[in-house]
Structure formats: structure tokens, C-alpha cells
Design a protein around this ligand. Structure first.
Ligand SMILES: Cc1cc2nc3c(=O)[nH]c(=O)nc-3n(C[C@H](O)[C@H](O)[C@H](O)COP(=O)(O)OP(=O)(O)OC[C@H]3O[C@@H](n4cnc5c(N)ncnc54)[C@H](O)[C@@H]3O)c2cc1C
Length: 392
């Protein structure tokens, strides 16, 4: 039997986050908007730390972090439900106690220097694979690392690196064997900022929390003990990082879409034209109905992908479908919501335009729409996935 209901524990956790978002985050929205529009961070580092501490006191910390590191080790389904709740606000918040999945491949000594301080919020990482000449085709990276004695010397440029402005260290991917390339010739290095790499912010359409940077490695010397995992096995790590939670990006977008649709419904009831609320017009109702259906479809694509992760299945096909549908539909929905708000939707008085700019990124990063379509089509053509999905 297929059961779509939540257990009591799942409901309690989801409701706790829902209350936290309503009580602690939503009241900050006007100030976050004001600051962002003045070109500042929506939340200062201290404010973010304070909110994370508050959540931690209530036991909310390290949502997917293993219990041995003090985390909650929640399932993918619960994590997705939490992301939906966080997505209902544009206040740039995530729970503390997180470290990149690939840092768990660190050896014991690296764990003390990188993994644990990252979980504790004392150090910040960034993931650096994209280059000016290699984005979707990440196998084409040109940054090199050559061995000199007990050090590796890294040369090259990375671009669009989220968190690259603040990061204390980069998980940087470089070619260590040109002949093997991505197939055994790419290595991941833990490169501290004080080893000499430089970062420059890249101005984007979105706000501060999304701000990426370009990173320049000009003869940066990294000790050999800073190789993450095995020499030559970096590309597999990179794919694991990117695949760590493709269902989580659309989950957050789903929360945003729910909030936006609710705003549109409320606005349509209050706004009158030609003597009647616009909510009575079929043109408006169709936009509301289509958005509601697309939101439901997205919910089940996200939760099904998360369920596959929890079930230990190969979830890549389901995750690509959730990411693609999330990116395309969320952008259609925010566009309709702006349309329903008329001129007000286009102003900076309301956050609709902020969401409009923010959601656009979902179609580009961590695998563009086109790359997701390529994956989905190839899986079907090669027989790695079936049209009926897990139900056959
Ligand atoms: C805000 C932001 C944050 C980011 N954060 C990170 C980060 O933290 N770390 C990191 O390493 N990278 C990061 N990226 C990089 C991101 O993953 C890449 O921008 C993305 O993978 C696309 O690569 P590209 O920009 O080089 O576009 P390209 O690969 O040049 O693609 C250009 C266009 O061609 C299409 N295209 C490409 N190949 C094909 C194909 N085979 N078939 C059909 N169409 C194709 C694409 O879909 C796209 O429409 C970030 C990007 C942004 C914008």
C-alpha cells in the first residue's frame, strides 16, 4: 500500500520548523528587504549565528549530520519537508551544524582541521569546480596541480564559487594527470585561504547569500596531506557533492511557491477592477489553479526523490526530474504571481520581484535545465530508468 501520510514524529518536526519560520524569521522580512536594497547582507553574521543558536537550544542543529558528530541525522524526506518550510520565507537562513558531504571522506587528521570546525561553524568551506571554460562540461577543467617535493602547486581560475568570498578553505578540483583527465586524473585539495588563493566577488541578479566569487590560484602550494580522498579520485567526489541533494533545491523553491501563491490568492480577493475583485475573473482563477496543480506535482516529485534516497535506491533520475520541474515551474509560478499583482508585483515594495530574481538561478546552477533533460532522456534511452518509475 502507498501511504502519503506523515508519522507523528515527522509532523512534530515539520511543525516545529514551521513555527520557527513564522515566529523568528518572517518578522525579519521587512528589515532584510530594506538592507538588501541598500546593498547589504540581509542578515548579519552575528544575527545568523544568534538564530542558529536559538534553534540549537531547541535541538535543531545538523539536520543531516551524523549523530556521532552531534547532528540529528534526519531522513531525506524530513530534510525535504524542512526545506519546504524554510523556503516560505526569503530570509536567508539555514540551520547550523552542516558540513559538505564529501568532507566526511577526510582522514582523521583532516577531520579535526576541516570537518569538525565546519560543522561547529568555526570554519567556512566552498566547493570549487567550475571554471571560465568549464561549467556544464565539468570534465573539461584546466586548473592543474603538479607535485613538487611534499607539496602540490595549484594554478588556475575557478568561477561562480558560492561562499568564495567568505570561505576559509576551498575544496578545489585540479587536474593531476592530464592523460587520465576526469577518469582518474582529477584530485580534490583542501586549500586554505592563507595558502595564497585570492577571491573576487561576482555581481549577480540575486542577493548577498547567493553571491559567488572567482578564485585565482597562482602557484598556490598545498601540502600533500591536504588531498581529500585519493589522488586521482576527485571527479567522483565532485559528482557526489553535486548530487548530494538535488531534491533539496526544488524543495526550497516549493516553499517559496506556496507562499507566493498564497500572496496572489489574498491579493486577488482584495483588488477590484471594473467593480469586481479580480479573483472573480477566469483569467486570474486559471493562473491560480495551474499554479496550485504544479505545486502539488512538484511536492510529490521532491518527496518521491527523497524517499528513493532514504530507500537506498539510485535516485539520480528522480532527483533530476524534481530539479527540472522545480526550476521550470517555480519560474512560471512566480511570473504568474507577479502578473496577478499587476504593477505592485513589479515594485520593490513587495518581495515578489526578489523571489522572481532568486528563483531564476534554480534553472542554471547545480545542473542547468538542459543538463537535467539530457540526464533524464539518456537514462530512458539507455534503459537506466523506466517510464513508469519505481511503480513500473
Ligand atoms: C549563483 C551561482 C552559484 C554557483 N555556485 C557554484 C559553486 O559553488 N561551485 C561551482 O563549482 N560552481 C558554481 N556555479 C556554477 C554553475 O554550476 C554553472 O554556472 C552551471 O553548471 C552552468 O555552467 P556554465 O555557466 O559554464 O554554462 P555552460 O555550461 O556554458 O552552458 C551555457 C548554456 O548551454 C547549455 N548547454 C551546455 N551544454 C549543453 C548540452 N550538452 N546540451 C544542451 N545544452 C547545453 C546550458 O544548459 C546553458 O543553457 C554557480 C553558478 C551560479 C550562477
Amino acid at each position: 500500500m502507498v501511504d502519503f501520510s506523515l508519522s507523528d514524529t515527522e509532523r512534530d518536526i515539520r511543525d516545529w520548523v514551521r513555527n520557527f519560520v513564522q515566529r523568528e524569521l518572517m518578522p525579519l522580512e521587512p528589515e532584510v528587504l530594506r538592507r538588501e536594497r541598500a546593498g547589504e547582507r540581509g542578515l548579519s553574521k552575528d544575527e545568523l549565528a544568534e538564530l542558529r543558536d536559538k534553534a540549537r537550544q531547541a535541538g535543531f542543529w545538523g539536520v543531516q549530520t551524523p549523530e556521532e558528530y552531534g547532528g540529528m541525522d534526519l531522513s531525506a524526506v524530513l530534510t525535504a519537508l524542512i526545506e519546504v518550510e524554510l523556503g516560505r520565507t526569503f530570509v536567508p537562513f539555514s540551520f547550523g551544524g552542516y558540513a559538505d558531504n564529501i568532507l566526511y571522506y577526510a582522514n582523521e587528521e583532516q577531520k579535526q582541521r576541516y570537518l569538525i570546525p565546519t560543522i561547529e561553524g568555526q570554519r567556512k568551506s566552498c566547493f570549487a569546480i567550475t571554471e571560465p571554460g568549464a561549467g556544464s562540461d565539468a570534465k573539461n577543467i584546466r586548473t592543474t596541480a603538479r607535485k613538487e617535493g611534499s607539496e602540490w602547486v595549484i594554478d588556475g581560475e575557478k568561477t561562480f564559487i558560492t561562499g568564495g568570498i567568505d570561505a576559509d578553505f576551498a575544496m578545489v578540483f585540479a587536474v593531476t594527470d592530464k592523460d587520465k583527465g576526469a577518469d582518474g586524473g582529477v584530485t580534490c585539495f583542501l586549500a586554505d585561504r592563507d595558502m595564497g588563493w585570492k577571491s573576487e566577488p561576482i555581481d549577480i541578479m540575486g542577493e548577498w547569500d547567493r553571491m559567488p566569487a572567482s578564485l585565482v590560484f597562482d602557484g598556490v602550494r598545498v601540502p600533500e596531506e591536504n588531498v581529500l580522498g585519493e589522488v586521482g579520485q576527485g571527479f567522483a567526489l565532485a559528482m557526489q557533492w553535486i548530487g548530494r541533494g538535488r531534491y533539496l533545491l526544488p524543495a526550497r523553491a516549493l516553499g517559496g511557491c506556496e507562499r507566493l501563491l498564497d500572496m496572489a490568492v489574498q491579493y486577488s480577493k482584495g483588488r477590484e477592477t471594473f467593480g469586481e475583485p479580480i479573483a472573480d475573473r477566469q483569467a486570474i482563477q486559471w493562473m491560480i489553479a495551474d499554479s496550485a496543480v504544479e505545486i502539488e506535482a512538484l511536492r510529490w516529485l521532491v518527496l518521491q526523490a527523497a524517499w528513493q534516497v532514504d530507500s537506498g535506491m539510485d535516485s539520480r533520475h528522480a532527483q533530476s526530474m524534481a530539479k527540472l520541474h522545480g526550476g521550470v515551474r517555480a519560474n512560471e509560478i512566480v511570473d504568474r504571481v507577479m502578473q496577478i499583482h499587476g504593477g505592485m508585483g513589479y515594485t520593490r515594495e513587495l518581495p515578489v520581484e526578489r523571489w522572481y530574481r532568486d528563483l531564476r538561478l534554480l534553472r542554471i546552477f547545480e545542473g542547468t535545465d538542459e543538463i537535467q533533460r539530457r540526464t533524464i532522456a539518456r537514462n530512458l534511452i539507455k534503459g537506466h530508468a523506466s517510464i513508469g518509475g519505481v511503480l513500473g
